[in-house]
Design a protein around this ligand. Structure first.
Ligand code: GRG
Length: 312
């Protein structure tokens, strides 16, 4: 094979970046359509609840979890269409968590995805119901998915999603978070909290993508799992850095909330520079999980890069 010169390498990199941006835009739009098609229309009774569900899910968000499911699914040989509903189900659980997280009894934020948070627009009672209904819809979508032919495959997905969102996953992580306001956490405690609160659903997204394949290879699933654990935690470290460094307009949610609420974060515990170093180490760990694989893992690698370098 002939060696590429510097210019050729730069051209290749620019082409890969462009292709990844096109893939991202394409699948974000695809996910928007899937979600739009599966959340009842705003003129279906009860209209206010459905309008608020659509408000909370559609027209915003980076769709990182769906992208991860698509990338992991493609890596394992799944058809795109088979990944649609499992990926949408994770986005619904994620949107549910954001709606509840913004409420006064939780993180209390009036801004989400650059617009009023759901309880500010529709009131607390509707916001609670939006979360409940989105959670149910997530499980409904997998259970009714006609492209998942095998009942064991569906059960496996439902199990992974239930574990990731329940008391041993995201809800548990949120409980630790609430208990720790004003109480400094150790680095280990902070890590445990984020592995549950943020990492569990990101890991579930990748696994659901992988399980969308009818014949996923065991080694590939192990690699995806290792990759997702590392990049899930890196996602949160980057989130803490952004909360400290970025402004409200860029974030689309109130910046500096962690400091305001006297919360332990990677930035308060380690300092900005060590937090950035930790994010790079976690990224390297995620890359190591894919080291055995060639071009077929490139989407996962590029997605990891996107997570590391996002601005919101
Ligand atoms: C949902 C089971 C369940 C219980 C509710 C409220 C709650 C318990 C958990 C909150 C979990 C939470 C809000 C974690 C934060 C995760 C996080 C970093 C969110 C931001 O994710 P992005 O940046 O958001 O992917 P977008 O808007 O791009 O989708």
């Amino acid at each position: 094979m002939t060696e590429l010169n510097l210019d050729q390498k730069q051209d290749q990199k620019a082409e890969q970046k462009e292709a990844f941006e096109a893939w991202t835009a394409d699948l974000q739009a695809r996910m928007e359509n899937v979600l739009d098609a599966h959340i009842p229309s705003a003129d279906t009774l009860p209209t206010k609840l459905h309008e608020a569900m659509r408000y909370s899910v559609l027209g915003g968000g980076k769709r990182v979890r769906a992208l991860l499911a698509y990338a992991a699914g493609e890596f394992c040989g799944a058809e795109l269409a088979t990944i649609d509903l499992p990926a949408a189900s994770v986005e619904l659980i994620h949107a549910f968590s954001l709606v509840h997280d913004d409420m006064p009894c939780m993180d209390d934020d009036e801004l989400r995805r650059g617009k009023l948070s759901t309880h500010k627009k529709y009131g607390d009672a509707i916001a609670l119901l939006v979360g409940d209904a989105l959670q149910s819809l997530a499980f409904q979508l997998i259970s009714q998915d006609k492209l998942l032919k095998n009942a064991t495959q569906k059960l496996q997905m439902l199990h992974v999603l239930a574990l990731a969102s329940g008391s041993r996953g995201m809800a548990g992580g949120q409980a630790i978070d609430l208990e720790s306001i004003g109480i400094p956490l150790t680095r280990e405690e902070l890590e445990q909290m984020h592995i549950h609160k943020t990492g569990a659903l990101i890991r579930a997204a990748a696994l659901l993508g992988a399980y969308s394949s009818h014949n996923a290879n065991e080694d590939k699933i192990k690699a995806i799992d290792h990759f997702a654990k590392a990049i899930g935690l890196a996602f949160q470290v980057v989130d803490d850095i952004l909360d400290a460094e970025a402004d409200t307009q860029t974030l689309g949610k109130t910046a500096g909330k962690d400091a305001q609420h006297n919360k332990s974060t990677y930035v308060t515990i380690l300092g900005l520079s060590a937090a950035k170093q930790l994010a790079s180490e976690l990224h390297a760990n995620a890359m190591a999980a894919l080291s055995y694989y060639g071009r077929e893992a490139d989407l996962l690698r590029q997605l990891a890069h996107f997570i590391m370098h996002r601005s919101f």
